[in-house]
Write a protein that binds this ligand. Structure first.
Ligand SMILES: [Zn+2]
Length: 251
């Protein structure tokens, strides 16, 4: 049994079918992550509808302009729901730079500050911005996960030094993922979280196609193989890790 700690459920028209297919292969929990106002609201409402669905609410760096006080006020209005696990996905994306850098930095800091005030963990999307992200994180008392970690070996130790978890996704299954495999080898087992980021980043053997949470099993198998442990042990450790990272996750 595995938990998909990062999926975008708003991207699926056939949600019922997608969730059932994943449950059928042993995915026991789904964390639906917002990336703009609409997907955050969707994640919140879908978390109220299904027992095994949870929500993370926030504005992705690509949509940083949507991070208004009104939106942050909305998060505050639903913050007490046990289904709201944290703030995300928030961060910095200097790879695609779809929002100006200063707007990204402002939205990131506003949401970190909110997470700190609400004592909620964060799910971070960082691409080509690890140096800036670390410098900023030093000023906040927050914990969470580096979602779909892409900082390579170079930033791993520092990422771990914040007490954060490291999220692994489809790319660990790619044949050319040499450095990422070494990252998995070096990342302590008690810091690993499993994510699909579906519908993006489908693992092998579905690379390039549309991802879905039932494919989490391919990511889990690959990590178990790299770590030389059995799937049962990986399931148990990652369940504990999920609860430590997101204390409101209860199952
Ligand atoms: Zn995502």
């Amino acid at each position: 049994m595995f938990i998909d700690t990062h999926v975008h459920l708003d991207e699926f028209d056939n949600l019922e079918e997608i969730l059932n297919r994943a449950r059928g292969v042993g995915v026991r929990g789904f964390v639906s992550v917002g990336y703009d106002i609409q997907s955050s609201k969707f994640s919140y409402s879908v978390s109220l509808k299904y027992n095994d669905v949870y929500a993370i609410l926030g504005i992705h760096p690509h949509s940083a302009g949507e991070c208004t006080d009104k939106f942050l006020g909305w998060i505050c209005s639903v913050k007490d729901s046990k289904k709201v696990l944290g703030i995300g996905e928030i961060g910095l994306d200097y790879y695609r730079n779809l929002s100006p850098k200063d707007i990204q930095l402002e939205a990131f800091e506003k949401q970190l500050s909110l997470a700190q005030d609400l004592e909620l963990p964060v799910s971070l999307h960082i691409r080509n911005g690890y140096r800036d992200a670390f410098d900023i994180l030093k000023r906040y008392k927050v914990k969470g996960v580096f979602h779909c970690y892409s900082g390579g070996l170079h930033f791993l130790e520092e990422a771990l030094s914040f007490g954060f978890f490291i999220g692994f996704d489809g790319p660990v299954t790619f044949h050319n993922a040499r450095e990422l495999i070494e990252v998995v080898e070096r990342c302590p087992l008690d810091r690993i979280l499993l994510e699909t980021d579906a519908p993006y980043l489908a693992p092998e053997p579905y690379r390039g196609r549309r991802n879905e949470p039932s494919y989490l099993i391919y990511i889990a198998r690959r990590i178990a193989e790299i770590k030389e442990i059995d799937l049962g042990e990986l399931s148990e450790v990652t369940r504990k890790n999920t609860i430590i990272c997101f204390p409101r996750y209860a199952s």
